[in-house]
Design a protein around this ligand. Structure first.
Ligand SMILES: [Zn+2]
Length: 404
């Protein structure tokens, strides 16, 4: 541990330097190309402080020269223009799905530069994670990135995650229990690794760059393999004592009796997740495209094409989820409740019954104000979340959202 210097005034100079450095780096990232005097003006730091920080950032390869600015009015020398070197570091993101996993590589600004999807590796969780680390290493090379410059990895998975330690406490749909995901991946790949639950990852993505951009109180109801909620409260993820907050899929719905993967019976997700929707549609005679095995995507597609059986099945699931959504709105008072996951793609035949039921059962004052809508199309929010959770290594903005 480094010793903290203090001048007796209570000011921690190490921390001060760190804050100033982040501030300068953020300005360069957002406003490249930019000159030293403009950085000083924007950050309100002194010119010598800015110069010291910039020189250090250049030495480390994070910032580079890109040319000269306009001549100053006083006829002085034109200032050097600087830009952030987005290839100064790279990030790896992994989304572990129930059957398949997706691995992505991004540059230092978080822009995706490579992606691959693989069937989940067989075997024990540790062996599967090591195999995914190998897939990631190959992808880094193929993307033209340098493994030496990968600074962090992020992993999203459908289960309970203790974010502080990166441990998966339980993922019923993966059959995982007490798996030290961050430790195993970090050792296999050689970089700090952060782990987050799917719904938590998605709500951060949606509030940063998606359908709830800028909102500080957002609930994302995620319906896929299982049902869960990611809750952003006052701009920060709500974790609870161990990271279990938001497990709405395992709330008991009176009248439901089916056995759940968690060991209880009658949980919300036993009648409303992707598998439950496929099962209900199959029982009503709908057939699938993949060798007769119907999936929730098939049901969603059929509903979008006007199939009344598919629409009916989705509407029933939507109404039950609407009850759960009303609980979430009453409990967390979000500005926006988003509905996400594979089933959200089903469109109005699923979303409308959900929304109507939710608003009908919510406290009237809240129902008048809250917006209920699907998550953003075209953002792969969970995969994207794996990159954002990795970005907390270098960006305090994400560290605050994910960890505090
Ligand atoms: Zn359950």
């Amino acid at each position: 541990m480094t010793k903290k210097k203090s001048n007796g005034s209570g000011v921690d100079h190490g921390l001060m330097r760190e804050l100033n450095r982040s501030l300068v780096l953020d300005v360069i990232k957002a406003r490249s190309p930019i000159s030293r005097p403009d950085i000083a003006k924007t950050t309100q730091l002194t010119k010598p402080t800015v110069s010291g920080i910039v020189n250090d950032l250049m030495k480390r390869g994070l910032v580079r020269r890109v040319g000269m600015g306009a001549t100053t009015t006083g006829g002085g020398r034109p200032p050097l223009l600087l830009e952030f070197n987005k290839r100064s570091e790279f990030l790896v993101g992994v989304q572990i799905g129930v059957e398949r996993s997706t691995v992505v590589v991004a540059d230092a600004l978080g822009t995706e530069i490579g992606r691959t999807s693989v069937d989940n590796p067989k075997g024990e969780p540790a062996a599967a994670l090591k195999s995914l680390a190998k897939t990631a290493m190959t992808l880094v090379e193929e993307s033209g990135a340098s493994k030496r410059r990968v600074s962090a990895a992020g992993i999203c998975l459908p289960g309970l995650v203790e974010m502080r330690t990166g441990k998966c406490l339980l993922a019923p749909n993966l059959g995982w229990k007490d798996v030290p995901v961050a430790d195993v991946f970090s050792e296999a790949f050689g970089v700090p690794t952060f782990v987050v639950n799917n719904a938590d990852a998605a709500v951060v993505v949606e509030s940063t760059e998606g359908a709830a951009k800028g909102a500080r109180n957002v609930v994302l109801l995620h319906v896929g393999s299982g049902v869960g909620a990611g809750i952003l409260s006052d701009g920060k993820l709500l974790h609870g004592a161990e990271g279990f907050a938001g497990e709405i899929g395992h709330c008991h719905i009176p009248g439901l009796t089916r056995q759940c993967n968690c060991g209880r019976t009658g949980c919300l997700e036993t009648e409303t997740d992707g598998a439950a929707i496929a099962r209900a549609a199959q029982e009503k005679g709908l057939t699938g495209t993949r060798g007769g095995q119907l999936t929730a995507e098939d049901v969603a597609r059929a509903a979008a094409e006007g199939d009344p059986v598919a629409q009916d099945v989705l509407a029933s699931a939507g109404r039950v989820l609407g009850v759960a959504a009303s609980w979430l709105i009453n409990l967390f008072d979000p500005e926006i409740l988003l509905v996400g996951g594979g089933v959200a793609a089903a469109g109005p035949s699923f979303l409308e019954p959900l929304k109507q039921q939710a608003l009908a059962m919510t406290l009237p004052h809240l129902a008048e104000r809250v917006e209920v809508r699907p998550w953003a199309e075209g953002i792969d929010a969970v995969v994207r979340g794996a990159i954002l959770v990795a970005m907390q290594k270098s960006e305090s903005y994400f560290r605050v959202i994910f960890q505090e």
